[in-house]
Design a binder for this molecule. Structure first.
Ligand code: ZN
Length: 156
């Protein structure tokens, strides 16, 4: 099953929000499709792949369900990693997609690693775990913020 994480937020004096780099950690929880057990927080990283048993290629996470012991997998669909831009402000927009086998994504935590561009300054390693973020663009002499952050998981 291919699932997207869509986000919605208000960008104030911010041009875009980007999951920066191939080492960005996508923090997720997954729910087992067999027994419905939810995992702990896990993270997938685009540059880190692991082989699937039986020579069926590679994925980003192999997750053994704690309850039923089934092995499920999650693969980041890297072509679907997109910035969230000022024009998207207030509208749900996909920033990443995953190919999930045996699991669904039940939670997403944007806990760090975002790059935020203001009109004149760049802010690195931004977290949106608090659903909002505030800073000051010294060069443009104005406050920058991201507020009302929400996410949802939808089928691709
Ligand atoms: Zn299970």
């Amino acid at each position: 099953m291919r699932l997207c994480v869509e986000i919605r937020a208000q960008l104030n004096n911010v041009t875009d929000l980007t999951a920066e780099g191939a080492d960005f950690r996508w923090y997720i929880k997954v729910r087992c499709g067999n027994c419905m057990e939810e995992s702990k927080w896990l993270y997938a990283v685009a540059e880190d792949r692991v082989p699937v048993k039986g020579g069926r290629g590679t994925v980003h996470l192999v997750i053994k369900c704690k309850l039923c012991a089934r092995e499920n997998t999650v693969e980041i669909l890297e072509d679907h990693i997109k910035p969230y831009r000022a024009v998207d402000s207030g509208v749900f927009k996909a920033i990443v997609a995953f190919n999930c086998r045996g699991v669904e994504i039940s939670a997403f935590d944007p806990r760090g690693g975002f790059r935020v561009r203001g009109e004149s300054s760049v802010f690195n390693d931004v977290s949106l775990s608090d659903k909002e973020w505030y800073d000051y663009d010294d060069i443009a002499s104005q406050e920058v913020s991201i507020t009302d952050f929400e996410y949802r998981v939808v089928k691709l």
